[in-house]
Design a protein around this ligand. Sequence first.
Ligand code: AVJ
Ligand code: FE
Length: 438
Amino acid sequence: ETPHEEASLRSRAVAALTTARERTALLTSCVDDGELTAQHSPLMSPLVWDLAHIGNQEEQWLWRAVAGREALRPEIDPLYDAFRHPRASRPSLPLLAPAEARAYAAEVRDRVLGVLDATRLEADPLVESAFAFGMIAQHEQQHDETMLITHQLREGPVALTAPPPPVTVTDPLTASEVLVPGGPFTMGTSDEPWALDNERPAHTRIVPAFFIDTAPVTNGAYLAFMADGGYHDERWWLPEGWARIREHGIEAPLFWRREGGQWLRRRFGVTEPVPGNEPVLHVSWYEADAYARWAGRRLPTEAEWEKAARHDPASGRSRRYPWGDADPGPVHANLGQRHLGPAPAGSYPEGASPLGVRQLIGDVWEWTASDFLPYPGFRAFPYKEYSEVFFGPAHKVLRGGSFAVDPVACRGTFRNWDLPVRRQIFSGFRTARNAEPA
Ligand code: AVJ
Ligand code: FE
């Protein structure tokens, strides 16, 4: 890199790390110490675990691996190793107390900013284009989303507030679905500097023509499935999904309850009637799959989702985002926890794809039909435990990011994954169908 390019990479890295830390600070200062160390759900870590884990990953990758320096707190590594202790067991570990965890993360950050200044950002793939710094900013933002999920599961007085998404549906949808023509497109990336290992490499996929929903499935549409007895009709469900909803008595998305003939939902401590025009949120892959079958449709495959989001039929090339190559701005998508929920379906016309598909980025993570698998030519980098150990049929891919994801951790190529039973995550979906061969 030229000195000028290096300087701009450094300032991008500082900005991404700083934005992440501001969000972490907010999520861990709006409740008291008792709430930071408490377990709000066996599905989640105590917030104070995420805080010190963020610092510990940063120490391991930027202080130790990049700078080659001696470990600051080697004795705490095992406590913050996600593979060693399941989330439910973390509250009983001898974790750093909130003040210690905060001081530790701050100390690591202080040293890391010095490392960034002193490191030539080339020659080694770990630091080329400031990759490791971008990776750690994304890691912290991923935990900021995880902590927001913990906040949503928490009971008690309201701790977080944000303005509702602006009204952007100035240009109403003219069609409920869009035809994506068949043929090849480029999936994944080899040149997005901070793309993670599972997004690589770029490769050609042939995707037959299909129709995809212009917007995510709404609460109103999902309520029609419920009213039609969807949760009590085995025809719509895969056997494991059917067993799961029967065993747990599931009859609605998570955080919904029925009162006096109407459905209410609780979000960040506030209970209100379910708004019909918002994308449905907090559904499992099994629920999304059952809804799609009831509607006579199916979930899009991961390749279909990415083609709808990135393929520009005019040029034949794949864009970074549906709207083009520009980084996400507030007119494009609901990202970054600016708002604490999704915008109405059909919002963000300026974020639409060339074919007019909206809200692919932001608002709700979208379940796809696909298992989480490596692309041809995948190489684990820089560690197998980020993606490789999760490849296989147990995890389904989610795409597009939610309102809770920062732009640094959201791209047209970004891949998320989870177990098909999960619903505490900010998950929704859209549906697709095959196009008749011409
Ligand atoms: C990519 C969101 C599935 O939270 O388990 C955080 C991200 N990996 N620390 C997760 C991650 C290691 C990961 N997901
Ligand atoms: Fe982590």
